[in-house]
Ligand binder design. Structure first.
Ligand code: ZN
Length: 137
């Protein structure tokens, strides 16, 4: 068993629940959850039933603190809409996710920028996005 897992432990919830449903249920409570493998200790994201690193099923849910660094960013300029930033960010707990960087002009987002988690509510669903700065929300 790995004993020094990243993040803060979360209740697993009903075992029969699909990983993505568990993930969304945490998002709805404005918690960004990820999994950590109890066998090899790696962070796992997006949610899965087995660890992609070692193949074991011992995945536990963890709460991310929401501190990240921009790994890559691009500006989308929809016809008739406002430009927005789609980015890959590296979370401090050791996983990468696709998201939007908000609160700054999309064209001003740079690789290496420190960003922190915040939530937007779109069509009744809590969506994890990131904004500039190192402060936890
Ligand atoms: Zn593993």
């Amino acid at each position: 068993m790995a004993t020094d897992l990243p993040g803060v432990a979360l209740d697993t919830g009903p075992a029969a629940t699909a990983p993505h449903a568990v993930y969304q249920s945490w998002l709805d409570r404005e918690v960004l959850a990820f999994q950590a493998c109890g066998a090899c200790g790696n962070a796992v994201f997006p949610p899965r039933s087995r660890c992609p690193h070692c193949g074991r099923p011992e995945l536990g849910w963890r709460r991310s603190r929401g501190h990240a660094v921009v790994y890559s960013a691009t500006t989308i300029e929809p016809r008739g809409g406002e430009p927005y930033c789609v980015a890959l960010v590296d979370l401090a707990e050791g996983y990468r996710m696709m998201t939007n960087v908000v609160g700054v002009a999309a064209s001003d987002v740079r690789i290496g920028d420190q960003v922190t988690l915040r939530f937007e509510h779109r069509d009744g669903t809590a969506v994890p996005v990131f904004g500039p700065g190192e402060e936890a929300r």
